[in-house]
Design a protein around this ligand. Structure first.
Ligand code: PLP
Length: 959
């Protein structure tokens, strides 16, 4: 259509979104191609990507022609309208909540928070690290345990991780794990699925009478039915056998109830969703885990701790096992990488804003309303399953359950159909008296007013909470909106996110997260939807999900896609579990060996273990490719037990391996399946497809390639995509609104608590694909590859580029080898990374996949000015290192080893260094106006691990 328009008209029409998303325009591209030595972007990419894997042009595409931003928003509006607004009172771990506007505007909708990266560079992450230590303090206080981590992916996966903690820590010699019959149904489904893969036997129990010996027991507190009971005697019995007790506890209920720690739990897990985090049709939300003293080494996920910087000032950083899955691989405690930072920040801020009194008041109102509802039901001769409840009642209505649920739905309320005779109703902080009267009407009770409710009326005094919590000043100091707004701003100011400059992190794809893509996330039609809502109420969501699945299938060359996994690591696990299921169905139970190249991301090996596989490492050759000889030898050695090969394409070394078809063929010939790690899809989209490379299954990272922001370390979405033969083993979910995903076609068991995982952020990726179109996606790949090659070309003479493929080209990232520099000058990769902060940059990925290197991934979104600013900084730093080598500056006192420099460093006291203050903080002139000032000096990692402190330090520490 547009080709018929005269070009002047075109110029006057709004810029295509593609041109907003891709940072380098035609002039910049021409200049960059010149530097790299190619005539066209097409020629460059066609050379870099091996000809044998190029996609064939498609006659038709599922992906429509690119929409403008306005068009995409209008279509999203239509999808939103197709969801029927209803008040969810379904419960089962998900509750409507009132996100304080000051938190939605200043955190959820603020790029300073949502575009930040995982705080691996702590000096530029003090704001979000403080927010996360608030989260940890909130969780330890409320659960009554010693140490909490900084988030889990959701409640049900946290329960599974709790079970694994119990198995590692218990001395009991049994594979039995006891599970509460009153556990959430989705948690039970997850436990069964995950336990089977690692040889754990689940025994469901009502905890009555003699308990069998077990390495652990899981208690839901309150239960799925709403029932609250004192499980301390059960805890004693489990402990007597050497087992551990894992309790899933509702944090809002814990503001009124005795803590799991006080009742004898060793591990507490749960979700923090109802602390102001929108439902989002299932996520993203932050799960949590806390453990008693002595178990902190067993904690999965990230743990923030307090340490000190180079001048002894307190400073936060990730502690202990935090990067464990990267370092310890198959010996890691968990495969979690991307977690739920943004949502953990929101939940923590909800507690900061309300404080202990506010939370207690909210909980009390909820419990009073539930009691008022219960009283009204009881006074009409309806029986309840339990009188001891917090917010949930189960009502006995023999033969009438469906009728009651339907009548409620007609009035705009979603209740839980449990069975023909039982309906569940859950109250939350948004519930009004009018809501309760309407619900009573659905039960056939007409009344004008409600009886007075009394919180926790049916609960034993011994279970009422009497200890203090959230006593730290941070939970008391930000009660006015002004104070809260400023607190959030002051934290955001300490951090470096994409709204300040590029974050060239190899393997992480820190591209633009466009405002239009983000918009629909906050719309109530998407954000206030319960994950188990009836199909008829979520048609807009389902349509969006189906479209996105089709688009992803097409661009990857697979037949089936599940959006359920909450992160790449969970997609890996889902994919490997699918492979496991496939082999078992074929009678190949002995196929358990997973081949993984030595260069692989640490999550690969950790996921393989969780899928019950044995990891066998395959060597890489000098060029960074999988060593074909070693691969063939390992295949021959393990032929009968070969389950799968996990390979990353292009490789984590940033090159397109030419032998990939031979590699996948060799695995297939031996009866194995091929898992292609899709984290590097940004180097391939539109040019080649995993399915065509011989992949049987892959995960994608929508928070890398498909524009979902990193949120400071999550949320993520890690869809798993597979060929048709694996579809029956892909994730299913007992509550999926789509029959084919509830065992109809996909029948692999769930890997997330919610049927569609973190559905609430899918509008972002949907909008990205919708506004880019197939052609735009291809252009983005080309621009990303051009930018990486431009950086490689400009920096090669200063830092060797470690691996390159055809024509000396890299893929979408390049590895700069800093080991020669260290040899020559003594300056380390750490020094360079910290000095980059002084120059106003976030460091590239450090020492992955090769120690002593920096892996740079500019993405397509950066413009030439920013790319050059980075290259120039790297060159300037090289000169500084040479000055150290030349003896101009001593090895132990120079701008590199002292980096980063704070304002205090250059302002307070005498300046006694052999370089100027200007060199310290303004190494280039442009910084004078736009300086990012790090709040702390270089942080001593080891000190914090020797003196582990994982909750808020007293304010005096900062005096
Ligand atoms: C990011 C990444 C993963 C893990 O994905 P998460 O979403 O962080 O769990 C796996 N493999 C590679 C190569 C990655 O870069």
């Amino acid at each position: 259509m547009s080709t018929l328009l005269p070009s002047r008209t075109q110029a006057a029409s709004p810029a295509a979104f593609t041109d907003r998303h891709i940072g380098i325009g035609p002039d910049a591209q021409a200049h960059m191609l010149d530097v790299v030595g190619y005539d066209s972007v097409e020629a460059l990419v066609e050379t870099a990507v091996p000809a044998s894997i190029h996609v064939q042009p498609r006659a038709s595409s599922e992906i429509p022609v690119a929409a403008t931003e306005a068009e995409a928003l209008a279509e999203l509006r239509e999808l939103a309208t197709a969801n029927r607004s209803a008040r969810p009172m379904i419960g089962l771990g998900y509750y409507d909540t009132l996100t304080p506007s000051v938190i939605s505007r200043n955190v959820l909708e603020n790029p300073s928070w949502y575009t930040a990266y995982t705080p691996y560079q702590p000096e530029i992450s003090q704001g979000r690290l403080e927010a996360l230590i608030n989260f940890q303090t909130m969780v330890t206080d409320l659960t009554g345990l010693a140490t909490a981590n900084a988030s889990m992916l959701d409640e049900s996966t946290a329960v599974v991780e709790g079970m694994l903690v119990a198995r590692r820590a218990s001395k009991a010699k049994t594979d039995v794990f006891l599970v509460d019959v009153d556990a959430l149904p989705q948690t039970k489904a997850l436990l069964h699925h995950r336990a089977a893969a690692v040889g754990i036997r689940i025994v469901e129990t009502a905890f009555e009478g003699e308990l069998p010996e077990a390495f652990g027991a899981f208690v839901q507190y309150p239960g799925a039915t709403g029932r609250i009971w004192d499980f301390s005697a059960v805890a004693d019995a489990v402990h007597a056998h050497g087992g551990l007790v894992v309790a899933a506890a509702d944090l809002l209920a814990l503001t009124l109830l005795r803590s799991p720690g006080a009742l004898g739990a060793d591990v507490a897990v749960g979700t923090t969703q109802r602390f102001g985090v929108p439902l989002g049709f299932g996520g993203p939300h932050a799960g949590y885990m806390a453990v008693r003293a002595g178990l902190e080494r067993q904690l999965p996920g990230r743990l923030v701790g307090v340490s000190q910087d180079a001048v002894g000032a307190p400073a936060y950083r990730l502690s202990l096992q935090t990067r464990e899955q990267h370092i310890r691989r198959e010996k890691a405690t968990s495969n979690i990488c991307t977690a739920q930072v943004l949502l953990a920040v929101m939940a923590a801020m909800y507690a900061v804003y309300h404080g202990p009194d506010g939370l207690r008041a909210i909980a009390t109102r909820v419990a009073q309303k539930a009691d008022a509802l219960a009283s009204a039901l009881r006074s009409s001769e309806l029986n309840l399953a339990s009188d001891a409840f917090f917010d949930t009642v189960r009502v006995h209505v023999p033969g009438r359950a469906q009728d009651v649920v339907d009548r409620a739905r007609d009035r705009g309320y979603q209740l839980l159909w449990v069975d023909d005779a039982t309906v569940g109703v859950s109250v939350d902080e948004t519930t009004t008296d009018a809501d309760l009267l309407a619900v009573l009407e659905a039960f056939g009770l007409a009344s004008e007013d409600l009886p007075a409710g009394e919180a926790l009326r049916g609960i034993d005094d011994a279970l009422h909470r009497d200890d203090e919590y959230l006593t730290h000043p941070v939970f008391h100091a930000h009660r006015s909106e002004t104070a809260m707004m400023r607190y959030l701003k002051s934290l955001a100011d300490r951090d470096y996110a994409l709204d300040r400059g590029m974050i060239p992190l190899g393997s992480c794809t820190m591209k633009l997260n466009a405002a239009t893509e983000m918009a629909a996330v906050s719309w109530p039609e998407f954000s206030r939807v319960h994950p188990f809502a009836p199909e008829a109420d979520v048609r807009g969501y389902l349509e969006m999900i189906e479209q996105l699945e089709r688009w992803l299938a097409e661009v990857t060359g697979y037949d089936a896609v599940s959006l359920q996994p909450n992160a790449g690591s969970q997609g890996e696990l889902a994919g490997l579990l699918a492979i496991r299921g496939y082999h078992l169905a074929n009678g190949d139970a002995e196929r358990t060996v997973c081949l993984i190249p030595s260069s692989a991301h640490g999550t690969n090996a950790a996921s393989a273990i969780l899928a019950g596989m044995k990891v066998v490492v395959v060597a890489c050759d000098e060029a960074g490719n999988v060593d074909l000889g070693d691969l063939r030898a390992k295949i021959a050695q393990h032929a009968a037990e070969l389950s799968a090969l996990m390979i990353t394409y292009p490789s984590t070394h940033g090159v397109y391996e030419h032998d990939v078809l031979e590699i996948t063929q060799a695995v297939h010939d031996a009866g194995g399946q091929v898992y292609v790690d899709g984290a590097n899809l940004n180097a391939l989209l539109g040019f080649a497809r995993f399915g065509d490379l011989g992949g049987d299954v892959s995960h994608l990272n929508l928070h890398k390639t498909f524009a979902i922001p990193h949120g400071g370390g999550g949320p993520g979405v890690g869809p798993v995509a597979a060929k048709a033969h694996l579809a029956p083993f892909l994730p299913s979910h007992p509550f999926s609104q789509r029959a084919e995903h509830a065992g109809g076609v996909f029948d692999g068991g769930p890997v997330s608590a919610a049927p569609h995982g973190s559905a609430g952020i899918l509008p972002i990726s949907w909008a990205y694909v919708r506004m880019m179109g197939a052609e735009g996606l291809r252009q983005a790949t080309a621009a990303a590859v051009l930018s990486a090659n431009y950086i490689a070309a400009r920096l090669r003479e200063h830092y060797p580029v470690l691996y390159a493929g055809e024509g000396g080209l890299v893929a979408h990232e390049c590895i700069l080898d800093l080991r020669p520099l260290k040899e020559q000058t003594g300056v380390t990769v750490d020094d360079v990374a910290k000095r980059l902060i002084d120059y106003g940059f976030h460091a590239p990925t450090m020492s992955f996949p090769v120690a002593g290197t920096l892996m740079v991934e500019p993405t397509e979104s950066e413009d030439l000015v920013e790319l050059d600013r980075f290259v120039d900084a790297m060159i300037a730093i090289k000169h500084e290192a040479l000055a150290v080598a030349a003896g101009e500056w001593p090895a132990d006192d120079n701008p590199l080893v002292n980096a980063p420099h704070t304002a205090e460093t250059v302002v307070v006291g005498e300046w006694e260094h052999p370089y100027s203050r200007e060199t310290a903080v303004y190494p280039v002139r442009s910084l004078v106006r736009g300086k990012y000032w790090p709040p702390v000096r270089r942080i001593d990692q080891a000190y914090g691990d020797r003196n582990l402190v994982c909750s808020c330090p007293p304010p005096e520490a900062f005096a």
